[in-house]
Design a protein around this ligand. Structure first.
Ligand SMILES: Nc1ncnc2c1ncn2[C@@H]1O[C@H](COP(=O)(O)OP(=O)(O)O)[C@@H](O)[C@H]1O
Ligand SMILES: [Mg+2]
Length: 267
């Protein structure tokens, strides 16, 4: 779990290219105290988006990367033994509620069921956190916002958010940006020339259209940025795509070979 300090200790705005109207929607939801779900595949800009929103709203951001061990106690806090004393230590959720921060629970479906129960009372109009261990009830300040992310298409995961949970949230759908915007993002992140950024996007869209490759996840903007950074550093284009894209997408030698064949058509 990486909860800890606010993520937005940067002084300049994290680069985020608005793809549809998500920045406006986010800020309206924050203003209206509506909790949000960001849906979409890995590497399509969800975390970067939240970083940029925290920067714009001038609010601290607390991120928790959830996994199957993440429990309600991890988020609320626990008593710790220090010397011969027991002291209470707030978890990241309690800290976010107390300080009115943005709380980003990344991959929340991975977490234990008690986490989902916990966020129910925070995601309706009550915006209340009950801390049973302290017999405390905290009403979230106006600036607090709960943001969940999840990846509905992830084929290996059978986990889903229940409709009763989903319906408490406004959902923003993230996908791959249109080709010219995706090329612009890759260029901004890597400083690679426009022509080769466009070639990377064409390659990616070809791979994304080939369902017969049975990839668990398709090629993300993140992988394209990685390839572009390597190419811009002087690595041969095909080698960069092989290590940053083909090998990252599959462990199956036949699939890797098929991906490398596509790379040689486009790069
Ligand atoms: N709209 C965007 N604006 C800027 N960068 C983006 C955008 N979408 C994707 N990226 C790039 O892709 C990388 C991965 O995005 P990230 O936010 O970590 O994805 P996610 O959280 O959805 O897995 C970022 O580091 C950034 O380089
Ligand atoms: Mg992320």
């Amino acid at each position: 779990m990486n909860s800890n300090l606010p993520d937005n200790t940067n002084f300049s705005r994290p680069f985020y290219n608005n793809v549809r109207n998500e920045e406006d929607v986010f800020k309206r939801c924050h203003q209206a105290k509506l909790p949000l779900i960001l849906k979409g595949p890995t590497g399509c800009g969800k975390s970067r988006f939240v970083d940029a929103m925290a920067f714009d709203l001038k609010l601290p951001l607390i991120t928790v990367a959830c996994n199957e061990d993440t429990s309600a106690t991890d988020l609320i806090g626990r008593f710790l033994i220090k010397g011969n004393e027991t002291v209470w230590q707030d978890g990241p959720l309690t800290r976010a509620v107390r300080t009115g921060a943005l709380l980003y629970l990344d991959e929340v479906v991975e977490a234990r069921e008690d986490v989902i129960v916990l966020i129910h009372s925070l995601s309706d109009y009550r915006r209340i956190l009950y801390i049973d261990a302290l017999s405390e009830k905290i009403v979230a300040p106006n600036s607090f916002q709960l943001i969940l992310s999840y990846n509905p298409g992830y084929q290996k995961s059978f986990k889903e958010l229940k409709p009763s949970t989903k319906q408490r949230f406004v959902s923003i759908e993230f996908g791959y940006a249109k080709p010219d915007i995706e090329a612009k993002i890759i260029r901004a992140e890597s400083e690679l020339d426009e022509k080769r950024c466009r070639s990377l996007v064409s390659l990616a869209n070809k791979i994304r259209s080939l369902h017969e490759l049975s990839l668990a996840e398709s090629v993300s903007t993140r992988l394209l940025v990685n390839a572009a950074i390597l190419i811009n550093s002087g690595l041969n284009e095909r080698e960069a795509c092989e290590v940053a894209i083909s090998n990252a997408l599959s462990d199956d030698q036949d699939v890797i070979r098929a991906l490398n064949d596509l790379v040689s058509l486009y790069m």
